[in-house]
Design a protein around this ligand. Structure first.
Ligand SMILES: [Fe+2]
Ligand SMILES: [Fe+2]
Length: 155
């Protein structure tokens, strides 16, 4: 699929995604991958685990796309961009993913006892996010995501 064939909204999202390509968080100790690599690593985990779940794949791919705009509220920004296009559990997973990452960083990759009632979507996104910092990891090309982006952003 050619990106030019995507719906207009999807093309705009890809443009936002491109803006993030070389961005690295200066406060992120594990930033030996770029924002784009982290996104592709995380999105690829969704692709491999749930190849039919376009909503989850796009959410995993784009979960940090707003980070250069707002570190504190980047989860809320992408959650609301996708709100009408993903199921409520994914909206919620995006909303809280930053908090879950903070917890996992503090607890050696585990969530604390206060997080035992999370949905599968929130648990998966948190785990994929936490483990998507290996530049040698499984990283699908953006072209593999285009049909899912087209599906989620088609009106
Ligand atoms: Fe994030
Ligand atoms: Fe992330």
């Amino acid at each position: 699929m050619n990106p030019a064939d995507l719906p207009e909204r999807a093309q705009y999202i890809l443009m936002m995604f491109g803006m993030d390509a070389d961005w690295r968080d200066p406060n992120e100790e594990r930033s030996h991958v770029s924002g784009l690599q982290h996104a592709l690593l995380c999105g690829t985990k969704a692709l491999r685990h749930y190849p039919e779940d376009s909503e989850m794949i796009v959410a995993a791919l784009l979960h940090d796309v707003a980070r250069p705009m707002s570190d504190i509220f980047h989860g809320e920004v992408i959650a609301y961009i996708l709100k009408d296009r993903v199921r409520p559990a994914i909206f919620e997973a995006l909303m809280i993913h930053g908090e879950l990452q903070d917890q996992m960083l503090k607890n050696g990759g585990k969530l604390g006892p206060g997080y035992h009632r999370l949905t599968a979507e929130a648990t998966c996104l948190a785990a994929w996010d936490y483990t998507s910092f290996d530049p040698e990891g499984d990283m699908a090309p953006i072209t593999e995501f285009l049909p899912h982006i087209a599906k989620v952003f088609s009106d």
